[in-house]
Design a protein around this ligand. Structure first.
Ligand code: PMP
Length: 376
């Protein structure tokens, strides 16, 4: 198998699974219980949370454990909207967000909030002037992803924060960091809120976090006993948190050398794909090397995906996360419906090898030419 869909999800790494298993086996107590089994579990939970916080230089009470980025995004956007609705009803998002952000915005519109979509340039970079003009006294929140999931476009969060806060210091800045953490360095001081999912970084599915600066408040999505965390009640998910902590510690180690390796793989693919006259590369100079988005133009992407799958090569079309028949992110960057409706995303990891890419390019060539022949 050649797996090139690491932006959709990753396998759980051996060490992560080991820590999950150990926590499940040896720590059965509810961390909320006051007897010794609970105290033992609570101690492990607290230390796993602290390890995560230390990686990002944040305080323990700034970390909210969630089931993943969809929940974190909901908690951030709805939580801010409910908390600060008396200050204003205006929210700004980019045109390069994950569908979960747009679905939350649609819901918030039904609750009386007004959503603006900030423009980007033809390389996907946020239009700073447009952002500046959109921020108003009633803007309570701006949400812009750190790295876009389909084209890998990375935004300069620090600059964006400065623009927002200069226009309105009360506007809260959230960033969906799901595709950034473990691939490029991130700085929680650039934002007030940040979302992530463990399964993108070789951790288990069903665990993630929301960073929430302790300078702001949000209304909880999930109410309950609030014993461990007021913002997310329920029995602490000890084995999952231990596994998340392990996955994060591995993920943020040697980021630069891992990224350099991925950049070489990306270059190898680009060099080859440029030889095909009808294939267009959509990823831009702001894309991280882990995500390579291309358009096949005259071939249906689903057909090509399944053709590759026959050889156990796995990539994705835009449809893994989006519901429409074209990629809204590719549309926002290229303004070309054909390009946006024929996309294939090849997503790489530091564990991807040169041999895998070599094999992938051979299979790609065979399958692509076969399909061209069928069509002619
Ligand atoms: N945001 C981004 C940028 C993502 O890539 C994803 C996963 N594709 C999500 C949010 C949602 O993550 P999850 O499905 O783990 O909740």
């Amino acid at each position: 198998m050649i797996y090139l869909d690491y932006s959709a999800t990753t396998p759980v790494s051996y060490d992560v699974l080991e820590s999950y298993n150990k926590a499940t086996r040896d720590y059965m107590g509810n961390a909320n219980s006051i007897h010794s089994l609970g105290v033992k579990s609570k101690a492990l939970y607290t230390s796993a949370v602290k390890q995560i916080c230390d990686l990002f230089n944040i305080e323990n009470d700034e970390l909210v454990i969630t089931s993943g980025a969809t929940e974190s995004n909901n908690m951030a956007l709805k939580g801010v909207a409910m908390q600060y609705k008396n200050r204003g009803n205006h929210i700004i998002v980019s045109k390069l967000e994950h569908p979960s952000i747009y679905k939350i915005c649609e819901f918030l519109e039904t609750q009386g909030f007004e959503i603006s979509y900030v423009n980007n340039d033809s390389d996907g970079l946020i239009d700073f002037e447009d952002l500046k003009n959109l921020v108003r006294p009633t803007t309570i929140l701006v949400s812009i992803c750190a790295v876009n999931s389909e084209l890998g476009i990375r935004q300069p969060l620090k600059t964006i924060r400065q623009i927002i806060k200069k226009e309105n210091p009360n506007t809260i800045f959230h960033s969906d960091m799901t595709q950034a953490i473990g691939k490029v360095p991130v700085n929680m001081y650039d934002v007030d809120l940040a979302s992530m999912s463990g399964h993108k970084i070789f951790g288990p599915k069903g665990i993630g976090f929301l960073y929430k600066s302790n300078k702001i408040n949000i209304v909880p999505l999930i109410h309950g006993s609030g014993k461990y965390n007021d913002l997310r009640s329920g029995t602490p998910m000890l084995p999952l948190v231990v596994a998340l902590s392990k996955a994060l510690r591995i993920a943020v180690t040697d980021l630069e050398s891992k990224e350099n390796h991925v950049a070489k793989l990306n270059q190898m693919i680009c060099n080859k794909l440029m030889e095909y006259p009808n294939i267009v590369i959509n990823s831009t100079k702001y894309s991280i090397p882990h995500v390579l988005n291309i358009s096949l133009m005259n071939i249906r992407p689903e057909t090509f995906l399944h053709a590759l799958e026959e050889e156990e090569v796995y990539v994705s079309t835009n449809t893994a996360c989006s519901s429409g028949d074209f990629s809204s992110s590719v549309m926002a960057v290229t303004n070309d419906k054909l390009r946006a409706s024929t996309t294939i995303r090849i997503s790489l990891s530091y564990v991807t090898t040169f041999e895998e890419i070599e094999k992938f390019l051979n299979i790609f060539d065979i399958k692509y030419n076969e399909l061209l022949e069928v069509m002619s």
